[in-house]
Design a binder for this molecule. Sequence first.
Ligand SMILES: O=C(O)CCC(=O)C(=O)O
Ligand SMILES: [Fe+2]
Length: 365
Amino acid sequence: MGCEADSAFVQALQHRPGPVPVAAGGIPLIDLAPLSTAESPPDLAPEVLSGLVKEIEEASREWGFFQVINHGVPLQLLRNLETAAKEFFALPMEEKRKVRRDETNPLGYYDTEHTKNVRDWKEVFDFVTGKQAMVIPASNEGEEKEKEEELQTLKNQWPEYPSELSEASMEYARGVEKLAFRLLELLSLSLGLPAERLNGFFEDQTSFIRLNHYPPCPFPDLALGVGRHKDSGALTVLFQDDVGGLEVKRKSDGEWIRVKPISDSYIVNVGDIIQVWSNEKYESAEHRVVVNSERERFSIPFFFNPAHYTKVKPLVELVDEQNPPKYREYNWGKFFKARKNSNFKKLNVENIQICHFKIAAGEAY
Ligand SMILES: O=C(O)CCC(=O)C(=O)O
Ligand SMILES: [Fe+2]
C-alpha cells in the first residue's frame, strides 16, 4: 500500500469519515454472566432469563448491535489466535501471497477487497470453521435445488508460518461458535419462539472467521478500513482490539457512532438473514471501519451463517394477515456465492442485496 492517496481507496465525499465521532449514546452493553451457570438459556431462573431476553430484544430492535461481557469464551483462545494472526500479517508479502485466495477458492489471504467498488484499507485472512471445509453451490445461477455435482467444497489453506495458526484458529472457532449458539437461542426467545427454533438451520453451517489487519493509513480522512455495509449472514460476533475504528449508523437519527473498545468483550450484530427471519422486527445495521495514521488495528469477526441449502424467508410463526411477509424466499448458498463472485471480480454492478427480495407494500406474494 503506497503513501499517496491511491484513488482506488478514496471514498466519495459523502462517505468519508466525519471529523469527530459521536461518543454519547453508545450501543447497549449486555452482561451474559448469568449464562455461565447454565448449559443453555432455558435452564436459567425465569426472572433472570426474561431480563436477559428483554435486553437482547431492545438492543436488537433499536440498534441491531450490542456488546457482551462475561461471554464465556476462554480468553486464552482469543490471545493465542491474536498472537498467531499478528505473526502472519507481519510476514513478507511473498509469504502471505502463497495462501492468497483466488477465483476458485475464496479462503485464505487477500489484500484487495472492495466494498461498494472502493478498495478497503486492510488485509484479511479467511477460514471456515466447520471441518476445515464448507460446501456451497458452484454457481449462483440455475435451479433452486442443487444436485451433488453443482456443489463446490471450499477448503482452508493454512500458511507454513506461523505453524500455530491453524490450531489456534480452529480452537478459537469452537469457543466462539458456542457463544454464537447461546446468542441465537436468546434471539429466538426474544422473537417469542422456542429457544432452539433456529438451531437446525446451522447444522451444516457456512460460518467463517476473518482475521482483519488495518495498517496505519497515510490518508485516513479519504479512505476507510471497510466501507459502509451490512453483514449478509445471520449473526456476527466480533472481537476488536483497543485501537477502535468501528462505527455503526444509529437507526434513530442516521449518525455514525463509534463503538468504544471494551477489553474482553464482543460486539454482536444481527445480519440480513435475521432481518428477513424476523420479518424486519430486527434490522441489520450499516457499519464501517475508520482507519488512522498512527496505529495498526486488528479485529476478528465470526460470521455465523446457516447451511447453504437454507431457504431464507420470514418465519411462519411471525407472519399473518395483519403482518404479511416482507420478503420473498431466497437461497442462502446462491446469495453467498453471488456475493463472493462480485467481490472477487470487482464487478461494476450493484452487489446482490436482500432488498432485491423485498415484497413491495400491496404486492401479492
Ligand atoms: O473490523 C471491524 O471492526 C469490523 C469489520 C466488518 O465489519 C466486517 O469485516 O464485516
Ligand atoms: Fe461487517
